[in-house]
Write a protein that binds this ligand. Structure first.
Ligand code: GDP
Length: 297
């Protein structure tokens, strides 16, 4: 792994301490300040940074850092491990343990990448899990979104269940489940309407959908470029729905992806996948260790 900017900074700080018999708690505080800055630069939300630093501080005050010959490196090691553990806990594959069709509900703001990700996931489930997959759109406000899902579902090699703006989302979803059951589909992916910002009507609608569908997975799709705002969106969705996983999209952008840490901490749900391009095969299983390195820069 290339030496990160943070590692370099901490090594520099540690070098200044050379000659000192042992490093002190104040020295560790200085290093923690650098860690804090690195996390803020990566757009991790402030309360999440505070919590994280408190956890790292507890560990850093032990012998591993204070007694180390290279305290900078030792601290980076702790930070890396803590980041990876925080983001990597939990099951990361898609749970399909349900009476078929296993229903997967996609939630998130408009523009987060829900429709694209629904098709990417369909392709993944067909190719990697050998499943027969149906998609349906409950976005009755944007006919173009229904058409978009039809197009990308075709690219994924999955089947698409028609819906129209005159219908209620719950009715659409029930009809799709019924069809999926009769046609022996293994999985039904339900794309939903999103708004540009969280609003009460949207949350009520998706809660109703959730109650009607009883999905085995409720996935929160969030744009990694959303940065600091991701925490508020995540809070709102977590309050409305029992989220079972997170998909972080647009990881091919130039953000350092601090949203991953914020969203993971706020929802408690595992980050299952990362979207890495606009293309249908641009979906990767989330790698917490690699992502920890990216956040630290
Ligand atoms: P929705 O409104 O949540 O359904 O979002 P869409 O699926 O329509 O995606 C919004 C835009 O983001 C589209 O232009 C997608 O091509 C793009 N997009 C989605 N996921 C990714 C990703 O992982 N990487 C990149 N670069 N673009 C993405």
């Amino acid at each position: 792994m290339a030496t990160s900017a943070l590692t370099e900074k901490l090594s520099r700080l540690a070098k200044e301490l050379r000659g000192q018999a042992r490093i002190t708690e104040a020295n560790v505080q200085d290093m923690l300040r650098e860690v804090r800055l690195a996390l803020l630069e990566a757009d991790v939300a402030l309360p999440v940074v505070r919590d994280f630093i408190a956890r790292v501080k507890d560990k850093a005050m032990g012998q591993e850092v204070l007694g180390s010959l290279s305290p900078g490196q030792a601290l980076v090691g702790i930070v890396n491990r803590e980041l990876a553990a925080t983001m990597g806990e939990g099951v990361s594959d898609i749970n399909l343990a349900a009476q078929p069709p296993a229903v997967i509900l996609m939630a998130g703001l408009q523009g987060a990448g829900k429709t694209t990700t629904t098709a990417k996931l369909a392709k993944y489930l067909i190719e990697k899990r050998k499943k027969k997959v149906l998609t349906v759109s409950g976005d009755v406000y944007r006919p173009a979104a229904i058409e978009q899902l039809k197009t990308v579902t075709g690219q994924a090699g999955a089947e698409w269940f028609p819906s129209s703006p005159e219908q209620k989302p719950v009715d659409i979803a029930r009809a799709a489940v019924d069809f999926a059951r009769r046609q022996y589909f293994d999985v039904l992916l339900v794309d939903t309407a999103g708004r540009l910002a969280v609003d009460e009507a949207m949350m009520r609608e998706i809660r109703e959908l959730h109650a009607a569908l009883n999905p085995v997975e409720t996935l929160f799709v969030v744009d990694a470029m959303q940065g600091q705002d991701a925490i508020n969106t995540a809070k709102a969705f977590k309050e409305a729905l029992p989220l079972t996983g997170i998909i972080l999209t647009k990881m091919d952008g130039d953000s350092r992806g601090g949203a991953a840490l914020s969203v993971r901490q706020v929802t408690g749900a595992p980050i299952k996948f990362a979207g890495v391009s606009e293309k249908i095969d641009g979906l990767e299983v989330f790698d917490a260790e690699r992502h920890a390195g990216r956040i630290l820069g």
